[in-house]
Design a protein. Structure first.
Length: 445
């Protein structure tokens, strides 16, 4: 490897390293690790849905109080995405990912020893903070290490980790819960997550775009180490930044204000609205599918199977949308997926009480709903520039997660008030359909 003269502009270097030529093993490793870390998040956060019946029995919790536990985890994810993820635009993606993994791992381990509603709510909130920050930050890092053509696919693969981890929750529960009970699920999840903090420290690189834009200490040395891993020529000096103004808003509040600047205001507000509507329905399903199936008269194992199929469909849907996005307009795909998922929810609510039919519809619902929803992450990664990308994704996810907080909690009160599973599915099909129609107007390729 020999040194070469640095190009005039940072954007030229990034285009040469990331967008042009063959995809390197280092780029594949970054996307793969981001996906795997999101699997851990999916397992840790949705484990509560699997152990809900056991926890509610032991602690004598009613449906409305159980809904509060779900919502506190999601409130934490909202806070993490809004207030912790933007810090990565200041200190770097790598540091925040390692911090978030550690935060989730420690809090999940403590959850295994929780013995009261207050402890559960506090610890699930902390787990959510770490998970929310990590998801936004890893989607950003995956996007910044991916060529333009495959950027949506990379973000889709990264976010596919969450439903894949949620799917594994149902599988792992079959091995752990009979022997160790619900506490064993949190012991397992916390221990594995903490061990992955070391993996992140060893193998996750900093974003090249971040190093060029923010110029932290030893930026040139750090850039050249990454370039060597990418099998690219090193630089003798850092390239110029196209817009000097991009470095002026380094502080936390300056970065956040940029989201509502004239050039970003409309897309920001549309993204926030779409995320809110879709989150409310998605997390109603992610939190309540097992419990609702049990309340309808099916066994706990059947509830776990339904949850597994919903998330298996989610993984397939996310990968399908990611591959289709290399050929078709991204927001058109999101619109079709989300609209059809709302139709599936209506069909599920109206269908006769035949288990095989219900499971097939739940599987299709997972494909369409989680596939279309994940497309929104790719939209957010594309519409914001590097210097505010983590903040843009984080605030879209964070403010949207207010819907994730309200959805499961509202469902808990509806169930406690006597609303059936079908009635809940009719109600929550509405925000999903609206989110699909609104997403169409974002017009992102």
């Amino acid at each position: 490897m020999t040194d070469s003269t640095a190009p005039a502009l940072a954007g030229d270097v990034v285009a040469d390293v990331i967008d042009n030529g063959q995809i390197s093993g280092q780029q594949i490793l970054v996307v793969g690790l981001c996906m795997f870390f999101n699997m851990l998040d999916g397992f840790d956060i949705t484990a509560m849905a699997i152990v809900a019946s056991a926890v509610s029995t032991e602690l004598q919790l009613t449906a409305d109080r159980l809904g509060l536990i779900f919502s506190f985890a999601l409130a934490g994810m909202m806070a993490g995405a809004m207030f912790l993820a933007p810090v990565s635009d200041i200190i770097g993606r790598r540091k925040l990912i390692i911090l978030s993994i550690t935060l989730v791992g420690v809090s999940v381990l403590f959850t295994a020893n929780a013995s009261s509603l207050a402890e559960f709510m506090a610890l699930r909130f902390i787990s959510g903070v770490g998970a929310g920050a990590m998801l936004a930050c890893q989607a950003t890092l995956a996007a910044e290490y991916s060529p333009e053509k495959y950027r949506s696919l990379s973000v889709a693969l990264t976010t596919a980790g969450y439903p894949l981890g949620a799917m594994m929750t149902a599988v792992v529960a079959g091995f752990i819960m009979p022997e160790y009970g619900w506490r064993g699920m949190f012991w397992f999840g916390g221990a594995v997550t903490l061990s992955m903090g070391l993996v992140a420290w060893l193998f996750i690189p900093e974003s090249l775009k971040f190093l060029f834009e923010r110029r932290p200490d030893n930026a040139l040395d750090r850039v050249n180490k990454i370039l060597l891993k990418l099998k690219k020529d090193t630089l003798t000096e850092l390239p110029l930044i196209a817009k000097a103004a991009t470095r002026e808003s380094k502080n936390f509040f300056g970065v956040m204000r940029s989201l509502l600047a004239r050039e970003h205001r409309v897309v920001t507000l549309v993204l926030w609205t779409t995320f809110f509507l879709c989150f409310s329905t998605l997390y109603f399903l992610m939190s309540w599918i097992p419990k609702l199936m049990e309340q309808t008269g099916y066994s706990a194992e059947t509830g776990h199977l339904a949850f597994f199929l919903f998330n298996l469909g989610g993984v397939l849907g996310i990968l399908t949308l990611g591959m289709m996005s290399t050929r078709w307009k991204l927001t058109n795909l999101v619109f079709v997926f989300l609209s059809l998922s709302a139709v599936c929810m209506v069909i599920f609510a109206a269908a006769p009480n035949q288990l095989n039919l219900l499971l097939v519809v739940i599987f299709l619902m997972g494909i369409l709903q989680q596939g279309g929803f994940t497309g929104l992450y790719a939209v957010a990664a594309k519409v914001y520039p590097t210097e505010i990308r983590s903040t843009g994704i984080g605030w879209a996810i964070g403010l949207g997660r207010s819907g994730a907080v309200l959805g499961p909690a509202a469902a808990g009160f509806l169930i406690a008030a006597g609303f059936s599973m079908s009635a809940n599915f009719y109600i929550f099909a509405i925000p999903m359909a609206l989110g699909g129609f609104i997403s169409y107007w974002l017009k992102v390729k």
